[in-house]
Design a protein around this ligand. Structure first.
Ligand SMILES: C[S@@+](CC[C@H](N)C(=O)[O-])C[C@H]1O[C@@H](n2cnc3c(N)ncnc32)[C@H](O)[C@@H]1O
Length: 288
């Protein structure tokens, strides 16, 4: 049997290893009597083979992937408005129930959140496909509907059927045909892959119970050049009168999205009274 150490890198390593351990106590373990053994392992193919075999588990362990850290943590001690589940160090907020839908439609919202300014900043264009994820009562979806026109479409996603029912009734009353409601799940907004121009998340992302899974699916739904807008109450500003777990810093959103390399932070618009608009853009696919 030719196991000449010159043949492969492993054998070369084995040869070196055998030379190093020859006078080591480990050599005794392998059956060498170093006081009497005058034969070097390189001259004994069977001993050399035994040494090489000993190295196999060393190489195997070196290649084994490290176990992944879980994405989420739970803590007993937490904010009463949160769910006790943490993602990238921040606590996820409780979902706003459909019984509070009236609050989303409050007349003072224009003064407090300036949704008209938000719409202008989003630069919605005729013919676009826009997803309003966590659409609630459809406050923003119905304002965007005339802007995309008949050639465009608004995909209004929510996980509460009651919210979809409210939106369907509104669309029927206003005879709007370009607002399509979608019942999503906590991990999947059920959007078409690679077809969406803009995804808006207004006061929503902080209450996703599975933000990682949702972000992964939303990124996949965007066209190249498509945008995703996180409209979150500013945690940096203590004068914004919203409960802590329902606010997010710009830094935190950017940190959480850093994992998704198909999108990059484009800009943050800070012209609204309470929220920031943190925009990400999908990169063009890489050419081989
Ligand atoms: C505070 S409301 C905001 C509604 C709307 N964006 C607005 O600004 O008027 C949050 C909405 O997000 C929805 N939601 C929470 N988790 C969701 C998820 N994983 N997918 C879709 N909608 C979700 C809730 O059901 C609720 O209707």
């Amino acid at each position: 049997m030719d196991i000449s150490p010159e043949v492969t890198g492993v054998k070369r390593f084995a040869k070196r290893f055998s030379e190093v351990i020859y006078t080591d106590p480990f050599a005794r373990y392998l059956g060498y009597d170093i006081s009497t053994d005058t034969q070097h392992p390189k001259d004994n193919p069977m001993r050399l083979l035994a040494l090489a075999l000993l190295l196999v588990p060393v190489f195997a362990f070196a290649d084994e992937p490290k176990p992944k850290k879980p994405k989420y943590e739970t803590k007993e001690n937490h904010d009463p408005d949160g769910i006790g589940k943490f993602y990238v160090g921040r606590e996820i907020a409780q979902v706003m129930g459909h019984r509070a839908a009236g609050w989303l439609e409050r007349p003072e919202r224009e003064k407090e959140e300036a949704p008209t300014k938000l719409l202008k900043a989003l630069d919605v264009k005729e013919g676009q496909i826009i997803a309003d994820v966590g659409a609630g009562s459809g406050y923003h979806a119905f304002r965007m509907s005339p802007l995309v026109g008949e050639k465009g479409k608004i995909l209004a996603v929510d996980i509460q059927q009651e919210m979809l029912d409210l939106m369907k009734a509104k669309a029927k009353k206003a005879k709007l045909t370009n607002v399509e409601t979608i019942l999503g799940t906590e991990t999947d907004p059920k959007l078409p892959v690679g077809e969406v121009d803009l995804i808006i998340l207004v006061d929503v992302y902080h209450e996703f119970s599975h933000p990682y899974e949702m972000a992964e699916k939303m990124v996949a739904a965007l066209k190249p050049g498509g945008r995703i807008a996180f409209v979150e109450f500013r945690l940096e500003d203590e004068t914004v009168p919203i409960k802590l777990v329902h606010k997010m810093t710009e830094r935190q959103v950017i940190l959480e999205m850093a994992e998704f390399t198909d999108v990059e932070h484009d800009k943050t618009i800070k012209t609204l009274p309470w929220q920031h608009i943190i925009l990400f853009k999908k990169k063009a696919p890489k050419k081989d």
